[in-house]
Design a protein around this ligand. Structure first.
Ligand code: NAD
Length: 357
């Protein structure tokens, strides 16, 4: 029997509630598909700050490094916003990404037929959306040096540096090529090369690497146009390849095409170590502790973990189908309520999904 060791990071806000559902689902899947899964829970985010004075304790990071995959719920709360930047839960995320060298963030955005009316855009605009955003995750302006505040000037100044070297662009392009080859072989690289030197390097490098794979059809788009096109005609995209800052913004925009942030999974990967699989949404402090959160984004993240991280494709398929069946039977959490379906709590919809597995 195959054995996997995964680290579960429930984090803050709704994290523990959706993690509880995910744990039960993974255990059911392991029994159904004959594999053994050890789930090691560790402190991370605001809760870890409260206990250990840091959002990403070394012990947690060490366990993550030794695991086969990491399943993360979400972190953060307004009460931590006044802490020094390095103590905030969100800094824990950056530390985890750096510790595991997670340079690629993958966000699939797919319209589920039963939820088409949940989108704020017209049905005919979104019905064929099936795209993946591949975002560079540990470079660019979020990590670039120098950065900081300049205090010896008349008026306060602050600055950041957007910087990439070609090797960072090459490795993320290779990931996009790999993903595109499993899909429609179309990559749209998004940059701002009409204004930024770093974007010109991005464009030149992407074109150089993609030209080596004759199966790939590559196009380039400026980021402002890409934002417009994602709302005007999102189904033109297959794989969107972009840098850290542009990817952060465009992937949230793309996420909302589906209507609910409670439905969207993501994976952060490197070339050989464990990946981190997590929902796109945050810790939703406004609904935490009420058992009304939508656990599906975390379950679909668990499905990505099974497929990409553990190679358990059948179990991943089983979980996706179970989610679709529950939705098409008209069961919803409150965030997806459409006026006529049956609203269930977080744990109840989890149990329905478990019954379908
Ligand atoms: P959020 O995603 O937590 O919430 C935005 C809105 O969506 C809220 O109304 C919330 O109730 C709703 N929502 C989110 N997830 C839901 C779910 N699963 N089911 C039902 N409704 C859901 O974003 P925010 O309010 O901007 O941020 C809250 C906290 O989360 C902040 O501290 C922020 O820094 C943090 N955050 C963490 C991550 C992460 O852990 N990766 C990502 C984004 C934000």
């Amino acid at each position: 029997m195959k054995k996997y060791k995964i680290v579960l990071l429930p984090g803050d806000g709704i994290g523990p509630e959706i993690s509880e559902v995910s744990k039960k689902v993974l255990i059911k899947l392991s029994k159904k598909h004959n594999f053994d899964i050890e789930i090691i829970e560790k402190s991370f985010g605001g809760i870890a700050y409260e206990k250990y004075g840091t959002p990403a304790p070394d012990e947690t990071l060490e366990q993550c490094k030794k695991s086969d995959a990491v399943l993360l719920a979400c972190v953060g709360d307004i009460k931590y916003d006044s802490l020094a930047r390095e103590l905030r839960p969100e800094s824990g995320l950056l530390k985890l990404r750096s510790a595991l060298n997670l340079f690629a963030n993958i966000r699939p955005v797919k319209i589920r037929k039963s939820l088409i009316d949940a989108s704020t855009l017209k049905k005919e605009i979104v019905e064929n959306v099936d795209l993946i955003v591949v975002r560079e995750l540990i470079g660019g302006i979020y990590f670039g040096e120098p950065r900081g505040h300049i205090t010896n000037t008349k008026i306060p100044k602050a600055f950041n540096t957007m910087v990439y070297d070609s090797s960072e662009i090459e490795r993320i392009t290779e990931i996009a090529i790999k993903i595109a080859n499993q899909r429609n072989k179309k990559i749209c690289s998004v940059d701002k090369s009409n204004v930024l030197e770093v974007s010109q390097l991005w464009r030149d490098t992407v074109l150089n690497i993609t030209s080596k794979d004759k199966n790939i059809s590559i196009s380039n788009m400026y980021v402002d146009n890409a934002a417009m096109q994602l709302v005007r005609d999102p189904s033109q995209f297959d794989v969107i390849l972009t840098s850290n800052l542009f990817g952060d913004i465009l992937s949230d925009l793309a996420a909302m095409l589906t209507g609910s942030i409670g439905m969207l999974p993501s994976a952060s990967l490197n070339n050989n170590g464990p990946g981190v699989f997590e929902p796109v949404h945050g810790s939703a402090p406004d609904i935490a502790g009420k058992n009304i959160a939508n656990p599906i984004a975390m379950l679909l993240s668990a499905s990505m973990m099974l497929k990409i991280g553990l190679n358990e494709e059948e179990a991943a398929e089983n979980l996706e189908t179970a989610v679709d069946k529950v939705l098409s039977k008209g069961f919803r959490t409150a965030d997806l309520y459409d006026g006529y379906s049956e609203v269930l709590s977080c744990s109840e919809i989890g149990d329905k999904i478990i019954d379908e597995i």
